[in-house]
Design a binder for this molecule. Structure first.
Ligand SMILES: [Fe+2]
Length: 300
């Protein structure tokens, strides 16, 4: 998604810092800077995975692989020390571990002094998204580096036959996240991926606290939308989603769902009403450009 340049104070006391992090796809090339593009969080994120770099499950099938890279500041060069990198992916059985205390194929690591991170794991495999739509094999990454907006993205693999039919992998913004699986000396497979953080629109934690809660649709009150906060970020609960969907701040009391396919947007505009209630206007635009708007209220 495009990140905008904002510098403003709003009624919420939300503080925004400006960003120049534009990536402009131009055919097969990118113009602009080196920021890492976002991708959809997906339904299977679980927070608080164990701190470990080896996710290999002894005895389980799968092609061993090393994922390694660096996390860098927005100048594309300076290592970001101690950035938190969370990785999750499916096993060779196409399944995510969404419930077990083992957190299979899920782990958290922290970058070293040179900004390096590394995981030992297996290559994920393509899986049916539930409606016959096959997702190409992918790693999910969630990178948290204080001072920047947390980065949610996915990594794909060169040669995967499902890349072209997956709206997320086929997005121009995913081009630099389709990665070669290389063979290292000794025969081990390795995937390299560097992350560049971008300036973020930061939200004052106190402001988020005033937005969270359960909103009831004005026409169908039984239809609820719940927002909560974690690590300075606004999240939305949603149906089959294990944990929630992260929202990025656009400025002007408006948040957006990160990583949707090109042309599709979902935004949430908040308004604090004088009586302690809050109003949330959700605007959804599908890939055909059809716009739907819904208004919901949260009691005080
Ligand atoms: Fe996934």
């Amino acid at each position: 998604m495009k990140r905008r340049t904002f510098l403003q104070h709003t009624a919420l006391g939300v503080v925004a810092v400006s960003t120049t992090g534009f990536v402009r796809p131009n055919g097969n090339h990118f113009e602009g800077d080196c920021e890492t593009t976002t991708d959809i969080l997906g339904p299977f994120y679980r927070p608080d995975s164990p701190v470990r770099s080896n996710l290999v499950v002894p005895g389980a099938p799968g092609q061993p692989v090393t994922l390694r890279g660096r996390v860098k500041h927005k100048d594309c060069t300076t290592p970001y020390r101690n950035a938190k990198v969370e990785l999750w992916h499916c096993g060779a059985d196409e399944q995510y571990d969404n419930t077990s205390p083992e957190f299979r194929y899920r782990g958290t690591t922290y970058c070293d002094e040179q900004g390096r991170y590394e995981f030992q794991t297996i290559l994920p495999v393509p899986y049916d998204d539930g409606n016959g739509q096959i997702r190409p094999a992918h790693f999910h990454l969630y990178v948290s580096a204080p001072g920047y907006q947390s980065l949610v993205t996915q990594l794909y693999f060169t040669g995967d036959t499902h890349l072209a039919t997956d709206p997320y992998a086929a997005s121009p913004l995913a081009k630099r996240r389709i990665l070669d699986v290389r063979q290292e000396a000794g025969g081990r497979k390795v995937v390299l991926f560097d992350v560049t953080m971008t300036d973020a629109l930061l939200v004052e934690p106190g402001a988020l606290a005033r937005l969270v809660g359960v909103y009831s649709d004005e026409k169908v009150p039984t239809q609820k939308t719940e927002f909560f906060k974690r690590d300075g970020q606004l999240w939305r609960k949603s149906g089959r989603i294990v944990y929630g969907l992260a929202c990025e701040y656009l400025g002007d009391n408006t948040f957006t769902q990160a990583g949707l396919p090109p042309g599709m947007t979902r935004t949430f505009a908040f308004e604090l009403l004088g009586d302690g209630r809050a109003k949330m206007t959700q605007t959804y635009v599908d890939q055909k450009g059809t716009k739907t708007t819904a208004v919901a209220f949260r009691e005080k």
